[in-house]
Structure formats: structure tokens, C-alpha cells
Design a protein around this ligand. Structure first.
Ligand code: AMP
Ligand code: TRP
Length: 336
């Protein structure tokens, strides 16, 4: 068995505002990895256009995601930070993986089913092969660890299947086995309006999510308005079964305060939601306020953001290009 260098890769789509879900489920967990691993973080604009994006909005959202990552603690001196379309090897490897992955595998992807909805005949072909591009993102760098929210687990299993089939078909030990890193109390942050739906950038209801660009008043208002029920808070988490909205707020509280949901539950046992929500609003503002401020400051300096992405892309390309060359040789593409 080849031993692979520990390398982290993860990505976020610039398809709308960054949300509390992106922060708690993903980006926050990346910050610490910068000191222990080689880290590569990507604004995945090629993925974003699998659903319609207005070009100017896409450009802004790409800078905004980069600003958000930096504001959350991703340091361009420690990590490679770039946008996907600047490194063409991603699209090139994705094509090869389109030929490795099987229709049956992609037919099982739940994210496609959710995003395509009832009218899957009208979904883009890109949305269907989205997971092949994601596998290419990761394997182009032979990344070994991928920190994501729980919703990406199935895509990472597909990445492993693609790596394994490629290794088997071509009789090589080329791609590593990818480990998902899904940790913390915030791996699945749900909508503030519906505890059974994921908090998402693309939810039409603004009140369903907290955006990292929301100011302090808006954050507090959204928490106060969050849907709950009329029962008092129980002593243990079992008492929250079937109470998805309450459980979600408990998880958010826990994640933001670096405690377990069980501890928070005990602390508010027997009370209604008024004080709990007021404390959660204060906590959210305390944690997110400085991030919002820094994001806004960075968004005012487009030249800086563009230079970070450009330099990141050049570093990413320097790793990716030689690996893609090897892949082309393995596949049998003639390069006289
Ligand atoms: P996306 O916004 O879909 O590009 O997601 C970027 C990262 O944020 C991925 O690792 C997702 O798993 C994570 N993420 C997105 N929404 C949530 C959520 N509601 N709860 C937890 N993690 C999330
Ligand atoms: N599919 C991921 C999401 O929507 C984003 C993504 C694209 C990604 N490429 C990746 C995440 C590679 C981790 C690794 O959340």
C-alpha cells in the first residue's frame, strides 16, 4: 500500500450567502486543521452553475465566500484558497470520472433528487454529474481528509467508489482512500422555519437561515422569530424527540458555545423558550458579529480578495498539473 501525505480539501459553492450551517457544519472546523495538515480550500464556482447563476452575482458571491472563509479564520498564508474555475485540471479530471462513475451510482444520489425536484427532466446534466466533479476536486490533490457537513457524506462515499474503481480498472495504487471529517454539534443545522429541512443558501425564505452577512439586529430578530413549540424545555435530549425545531435550536446553541446539547438542555430544563431564545440571540451575535464585521471590511477590498484567489490558484495548479499528467499517462492519452 502506498502511504499518502495527509492533505485536507474542502469546498463551498458561491451560490448565495454563506449561512450559519456553512459555518458550524464546515468552515469553523477547517480553521484548526490548518495547523496540523496541509489544507486546500476551494470556492467551487463550477459546481455553482449546475443551477442558474447570474454572472455578476456569481462574481460577487465568489468573492463573498472567499471573504467569509478568511473572516472565519482561514489564513491564506497557511492554506491554499482559490476558486475552482481558475484551475482547469478540475474540469479535465471530472471528464475522466464521468467515464469511471456508473449511471447506477449517480441515480442513487439524494442531493440530485432533492435539488432536481419533481421536474428532473429539466435539471441540467451538470447537476447530475455534480458528484463526479466533487470527486475530481478531491482526488486531483490526492487529498486524504475532507471536512464537510453531514449532507455531503453520500458524495464522499461516491468519491471513494470512483477512486477504487479507477485503481482497479487501471491496476494502479494511485488514489488514496478519502476520509470524511464530520464533527461537532453543528453537522446538520436545520432551517429556522422547518426543523426537518436543511438550513440552505437557496431556501426562498430569508427567515429560514442566518447569513454570515446579517447584521446584529437581523441575527437577533431571526432567532427570536425562529419556530418553536409550546412545551417547556425538557431535562434531557430524549424529551426533544419529535420536536425538530427545538432540537435544532439546542444544537445551534451547543455548537456556538462549544458545549454539548445535553448540557444546554439541562441548563434550561423546565423553562419556556423566551429566555433560551434571548440567550441564544446574544450568543449568536457575540460569535457571528466579529465575523460579519470582518467580512464586510474584506468585501470592500476586492483587489485583495482577487489577489488571494489568484495566488491560491497558482499554488493549487502547481500541485494539480503534475498529478493530472500522471493520470493522463495511466489512462493512455498520447502526449508525444
Ligand atoms: P454548500 O453551501 O452546499 O456548498 O456547502 C458547503 C459546506 O457547508 C459543506 O461542507 C456542507 O456540508 C456544509 N453545510 C451546508 N449547509 C449546512 C447545514 N445546514 N448544516 C451543516 N452543514 C452545512
Ligand atoms: N458539494 C459540496 C457542497 O455543496 C461542495 C464541494 C464541492 C465540496 N467540491 C467539494 C466539498 C470537495 C468537499 C470537497 O456542500
Amino acid at each position: 500500500m502506498t502511504s499518502f501525505k495527509q492533505r485536507v480539501f474542502s469546498g463551498v459553492q458561491p451560490s448565495g450567502n454563506l449561512t450559519l450551517g456553512n459555518y458550524l457544519g464546515a468552515i469553523r472546523n477547517w480553521v484548526g486543521l490548518q495547523d496540523t495538515h496541509e489544507t486546500i480550500f476551494c470556492v467551487v464556482d463550477l459546481h455553482a452553475i449546475t443551477t442558474w447563476q447570474d454572472p455578476n452575482t456569481l462574481r460577487d458571491a465568489t468573492r463573498e465566500v472567499a471573504a467569509g472563509m478568511i473572516a472565519c479564520g482561514i489564513d491564506p498564508k497557511k492554506s491554499i484558497l482559490f476558486n475552482q474555475s481558475q484551475v482547469s485540471a478540475h474540469a479535465e479530471l471530472a471528464w475522466i470520472f464521468n467515464c469511471v462513475a456508473r449511471m447506477g451510482w449517480l441515480n442513487r444520489m439524494t442531493q440530485f433528487k432533492e435539488k432536481a425536484g419533481k421536474n428532473s427532466e429539466r435539471a441540467s446534466v451538470g447537476l447530475y454529474v455534480y458528484p463526479d466533479l466533487m470527486a475530481a476536486d478531491i482526488l486531483l490533490y490526492k487529498a486524504t481528509h475532507v471536512p464537510v457537513g453531514a449532507d455531503q457524506k453520500q458524495h464522499l462515499e461516491l468519491t471513494r467508489d470512483i477512486a477504487q474503481k479507477f485503481n482497479n480498472d487501471y491496476k494502479v495504487d494511485f488514489f488514496p482512500s478519502v476520509e470524511p471529517l464530520i464533527f461537532g454539534e453543528g453537522t446538520r443545522v436545520m432551517s429556522l422555519r422547518d426543523g426537518n429541512a436543511k438550513m440552505s443558501k437557496s431556501d426562498p425564505s430569508e427567515n429560514s437561515r442566518i447569513n454570515l452577512t446579517d447584521d446584529r439586529d437581523v441575527i437577533a430578530k431571526k432567532i427570536r422569530k425562529a419556530r418553536t413549540d409550546s412545551e417547556p424545555l425538557p431535562e434531557t435530549l430524549e424529551g426533544l424527540e419529535g420536536r425538530a425545531e427545538a432540537r435544532n435550536l439546542m444544537n445551534i446553541f451547543a455548537a456556538l458555545s462549544d458545549q454539548t446539547a445535553a448540557t444546554i438542555c439541562q441548563q434550561y430544563a423546565g423553562q419556556g423558550f423566551a429566555e433560551f431564545k434571548s440567550d441564544l440571540a446574544d450568543l449568536s451575535v457575540e460569535v457571528l458579529g466579529p465575523i460579519t464585521d470582518e467580512m464586510r471590511r474584506l468585501m470592500g477590498d476586492k483587489a485583495y480578495l482577487d489577489s488571494v484567489l489568484r495566488e491560491g490558484a497558482s499554488k493549487a495548479d502547481a500541485i494539480a498539473r503534475p498529478i493530472l499528467k500522471e493520470i493522463y499517462d495511466i489512462v493512455g492519452f498520447l502526449r508525444p
